[in-house]
Design a protein. Structure first.
Length: 371
């Protein structure tokens, strides 16, 4: 069975996510606004869930059609072969969003979608009602400009939940965004990576996992593994292949510092859970005491800022300190994310490269210095 999959991602990461899925050997990969589509079977489904560092979830895209009325929505949903995925006792909850469409009531659309799926399954299974005591098949719909997308969520918990972050600081960066920053900084197996405001350590952990080729979803499970239609061997084989690809013969090492001792304890604990503790050293230090080392260094950081932790004046002072400490030098590169449009002015120099990304709902820029 060849299916179409949708991998939603953080706005601004579509290209990175698409390149990753192409590198995994997935078919017909194409990037769209806020998502990447690809085709394949259940082996592709398993591989995408286990390996993807940048996708937020993996959905099966079951149908797309125009829906200006509830009747359009009902008939479009009912035409989907739900019996190929949902068994007689399986649960099929529905949730979704409506944006700029004639149908704007999410609760009403939920009811119509649920009714249409139940109607189709009732005809196929000759049942008048469903217990829904089995495996959950989360149905999602998106109505955008009168066009409906109907999807099945295969991941369950979001893919940013790798399983290692048992604890975090007050304003943690999402794992998928941290992984993207490591990618933009071109982290390699021989790099020395530093984060002088590391918080709970997410950026350094994601950098280490990338360098060691540890698949981010290797140590967690996914909702679709309970579905009767998904062969168990698809995930068994993908996990076996992922374990075989882990590298330990690397010179990668990292250093994280922060002024918050409790955050550093959390970071060390998270690194241990992620299996990368031997490669990262943490120590308590103020950014004002940051000193460059000899040799090559890749600095990646997500400083606190006005909207997150600090008041605006403190955040601006922090950017000035960073500009003083992050000096131009051979072999040094700096990758910093901030929502402040005046960051370059406060930092003291123009970035060599900029990229717009979102940290949650907050529009940010990734500023990179490497010349």
């Amino acid at each position: 069975m060849t299916l179409t999959f949708s991998a939603p991602c953080i706005f601004g990461l579509e290209g990175i996510c698409a390149n990753e899925l192409k590198f995994l050997g997935l078919e017909n990969v194409r990037a769209e606004n806020g998502r990447v589509l690809f085709d394949g079977g259940f082996d592709a489904l398993a591989k995408a869930n286990i390996y993807s560092r940048y996708a937020e979830r993996i959905h099966i895209l079951l149908a797309e059609f125009e829906a200006k009325t509830f009747e359009d929505l009902f008939e479009g949903v009912k035409a989907v072969p739900w019996e190929d995925f949902i068994g007689m006792s399986d649960a099929f909850p529905v949730k979704g969003r409506c944006l700029s469409s004639a149908l704007m009531s999410v609760p009403d659309c939920q009811k119509i979608v649920k009714k249409a799926v139940a109607s189709r399954l009732s005809e196929r299974y000759m049942l008048s009602w469903f217990e829904e005591t089995g495996a959950a098949h989360q149905i999602q719909f998106l109505l955008h400009r009168d066009r409906a997308s109907i999807l099945l969520d295969t991941s369950g918990a979001g893919l940013h939940k790798r399983g290692y972050r048992a604890e975090s600081n007050d304003a943690p960066i999402k794992e998928t965004l941290a992984a993207a920053m490591a990618d933009l900084a071109r982290v390699r197996p021989h790099h020395f990576v530093r984060d002088p405001m590391c918080g709970s350590g997410t950026i350094l952990i994601e950098a280490a996992m990338k360098a060691l080729r540890i698949a981010p979803g290797l140590n967690r499970y996914f909702a679709c593994e309970r579905w009767s239609c998904v062969p168990k061997q698809a995930f068994d084989q993908a996990r076996e292949a992922a374990r075989a690809e882990i590298r330990t013969d690397v010179s990668f090492h990292a250093e994280g510092s922060d002024i918050d001792a409790k955050a550093l304890e959390t970071a060390a604990h998270n690194a241990k859970l992620a299996g990368v503790a031997p490669y990262i050293r943490f120590e308590q230090r103020d950014i004002r005491d940051f000193q460059l080392r000899d040799g090559f260094e890749t600095v990646i950081t997500n400083p606190p800022y006005g909207e997150r932790l600090l008041d605006l004046r403190s955040a601006e002072e922090l950017y000035r300190v960073m500009g003083e400490r992050f000096r131009r030098a051979s072999g040094k590169s700096y990758t910093v994310i901030s929502p402040d449009d005046d960051f370059e002015k406060l930092f003291g120099r123009k970035a060599d490269k900029r990229r717009k990304l979102y940290n949650g709902t907050l529009k940010c820029q990734v500023y990179q210095y490497f010349r």
